[in-house]
Design a protein. Structure first.
Length: 251
C-alpha cells in the first residue's frame, strides 16, 4: 500500500530552538529531517516536508500545512534541552494521547532503535497541549532526538549520525510497511491469509489486532527472533500466527 510520510523539522528562521555552545536545534533537526526523508524516498515512500530551508512557520501553520497534505503520519523532529547542561540525556517520543496506537507504536519503535545506538530510552509520553500534536488530523509523533546540551548525546550524534538516520527510518518502516504482504506469501517473508486455515497446518496465535499495521509490527518482531509466521485475516481482526507445522506436537 502507498504510504505518505510528513516530516517536520522543528523551529527554523529566527526561532533557533535550544542552543548549546553555538549549536542550534533548528540546524540539527533540519539536517536530520532531510536525511530521513531522502532514505525513505529511496525505499519507495512518498515524503512531504513542512520546511526544507531555514525559515520560520508557527506551530499552527505547520499543523495546517500537514492537514492540507493529508499524509498517513506526521513526525516532527526536535532535540531536547535540560535546565542545566549535562543534567539529562536520552531520546523521547511525545504524542497527543497514549490511546493513539499508531503514534505510540511508532514512537516506541524509533526509541528502541535509537536506544540500540547508545541513547537512553525515555519512553513515550502524552503531551496533548502541543499544537503540532493536537491540531494535526493524522497520527502525530514529536521525536526528541537526544538533549542538545548533553555532551553524551551530542557525542553519539556525531559518532553515529548515519546509523541514527537509519534507525529512525527503520522504526518508521516497521510501523508503516510500504505494502501489505501478498495474500499468497507464507513463511519467512510473512503474509496475510484470508479466512480458513492455510495448507491445513498448525499455528500458534501470538496476537490479535484491529489494524493490520500493528499485526505487521508484531510479525516483524517475531521474525527478528527467528520465528516463521503469517498474518491471518478473519473479519474484523488480524491474527499473528507462527508455526506452520503439519504436526501439532511439533508446533
Amino acid at each position: 500500500m502507498a504510504v505518505e510520510i510528513i516530516l517536520d523539522a522543528g523551529h527554523g528562521g529566527f526561532d533557533n530552538g535550544a542552543v548549546y555552545r553555538g549549536r542550534a536545534e533548528k540546524d540539527d533537526v533540519l539536517r536530520l529531517t532531510m536525511d530521513v526523508g531522502s532514505l525513505l524516498k529511496e525505499d519507495g515512500y512518498t515524503v512531504r516536508y513542512i520546511r526544507t530551508e531555514d525559515v520560520y512557520e508557527s506551530p499552527y501553520q505547520k499543523a495546517e500545512k500537514a492537514n492540507q497534505m493529508k499524509g498517513d503520519i506526521f513526525i516532527s523532529f526536535h532535540r531536547n534541552s535540560g535546565v542545566e547542561e549535562n543534567l539529562y540525556n536520552g531520546v523521547q517520543a511525545l504524542v497527543y494521547s497514549t490511546e493513539g496506537k499508531e503514534a505510540v507504536v511508532l514512537g516506541e519503535a524509533i526509541n528502541k532503535n535509537l536506544e540500540d545506538m547508545g541513547f537512553r530510552n525515555l519512553g513515550v509520553e502524552a503531551i496533548p497541549d502541543l499544537i503540532v500534536l493536537h491540531r494535526t488530523q493524522m497520527p502525530a509523533v514529536l521525536m526528541e532526538v537526544g538533549f542538545i546540551n548533553s555532551d553524551t548525546d551530542n557525542q553519539i550524534w556525531e559518532d553515529q549520525y548515519p546509523e541514527i538516520v537509519k534507525a529512525i527510518v527503520s522504526g518508521i518502516e516497521e510501523t508503516f510497511p510500504l505494502r501489505s504482504p501478498d495474500v499468497h506469501d507464507v513463511g519467512r517473508e510473512g503474509g496475510i491469509m484470508e479466512t480458513g486455515y492455510p495448507n491445513r497446518k498448525f499455528y500458534v496465535q501470538t496476537g490479535l489486532f484491529k489494524y493490520d499495521v500493528n499485526a505487521a509490527y508484531q510479525l516483524e518482531r517475531l521474525q527478528m527472533l527467528g520465528f516463521d509466521g503469517i498474518i491471518h485475516y478473519e473479519k474484523p481482526y488480524y491474527g499473528v500466527w507462527i508455526g506452520g507445522k503439519e504436526d501439532l506436537d511439533e508446533v
